[in-house]
Design a binder for this molecule. Structure first.
Ligand SMILES: CC(C)(COP(=O)(O)OP(=O)(O)OC[C@H]1O[C@@H](n2cnc3c(N)ncnc32)[C@H](O)[C@@H]1OP(=O)(O)O)[C@@H](O)C(=O)NCCC(=O)NCCS
Length: 243
């Protein structure tokens, strides 16, 4: 048990040293005592374990004190994988139902939050080897694929495919596995829906035939505007894929 704990702490400190250029050549003791992101993570690991063991109140108190000291707020229930690193710490918020994979890096000011007052799963699930730039907001029960990069100040409200680089507000992919997205196929989130298109075309055709039939048999509908069609509306708004 103690050996496992020491191994986990060592892995978390190594993650800081590997991913923070300022931590090169710095002793583990110095990182443990002065890297707010590392302290917040270790405190969270304790709070999470206590919560899992059914200890009341204490996990929340630990999270509360950690926020006061480091500026990082992690709900004790949030699940965080191995070798996680928060660079600079301050202003990070990780919600109750957030799930974070292994080798993830967050910079300051990142929010893994909900979009409103929903209950249940309402925070993001982040895959392995993901980097989230400073000030980025990931909102809702979205999935961020392995190896994705989220740019600084990006607002992400839709799933992010593995290996994608997402930037902007709303966040949209600009690279996948380092390749630039170009041309009409660049929007691969709002894919065409051939079934909806076919139903819409049939529905319009029926309305047209009904109107012509009414004209021919002189029924009450003749001359009336065609009845409103049930809406099959394409998704509106700016393409989150930037297409
Ligand atoms: C998103 C990011 C990871 C991309 O890095 P990269 O893989 O080297 O990709 P590039 O720099 O080639 O950027 C790809 C495109 O996204 C744009 N872009 C990059 N970051 C952006 C951002 N935060 N917001 C808007 N657009 C951004 C680039 O201008 C480029 O546009 P182009 O396709 O028109 O050329 C990086 O720019 C970033 O934001 N990292 C976060 C760093 C951070 O938070 N540091 C804090 C230190 S304290």
């Amino acid at each position: 048990m103690l050996r496992r704990l020491i191994a986990e702490i060592r892995a978390d400190v190594t993650a800081a040293r590997d991913r923070d250029p300022a931590a090169q050549g710095v002793s583990s003791f110095e990182i443990l005592t002065s890297w707010a992101g590392v302290q917040a993570l270790l405190a969270h690991r304790l709070a999470h374990a206590l919560r899992g063991a059914g200890v009341p109140l204490l996990p929340r108190l630990i999270a509360y004190l950690t926020r006061a000291v480091t500026g990082v707020e992690i709900h004790p229930a949030a699940e965080i994988g191995r070798r996680f690193f928060i660079d600079h710490g301050s202003g990070v918020v990780i919600g109750e139902t957030a799930k974070i994979g292994d080798c993830v890096t967050l910079y300051q000011g990142v929010t893994l939050g909900g979009t409103g007052f929903q209950r249940g799963k309402r925070h993001p699930t982040v895959g392995d080897n993901v980097t989230v730039g400073s000030g980025a907001k990931l909102l809702g029960p979205i999935a961020v694929g392995d190896g994705a990069k989220i740019g600084a100040n990006t607002v992400v409200v839709e799933d992010v495919p593995p290996g994608a680089t997402v930037v902007g507000n709303p966040g949209h992919p600009v690279r996948v596995e380092g390749r630039k997205l170009e041309g009409p196929d660049a929007d691969w989130i709002h894919l065409p829906d051939p079934i909806a298109d076919a139903i819409k075309a049939l529905s319009e055709r029926i309305a047209e035939l009904e109107a012509r039939l009414a004209e021919v048999d002189g029924s009450a509908d003749a001359g009336q505007p065609a009845r409103e069609q049930p809406g099959i509306k394409p998704r509106t708004g700016r393409s989150s894929a930037g297409g």
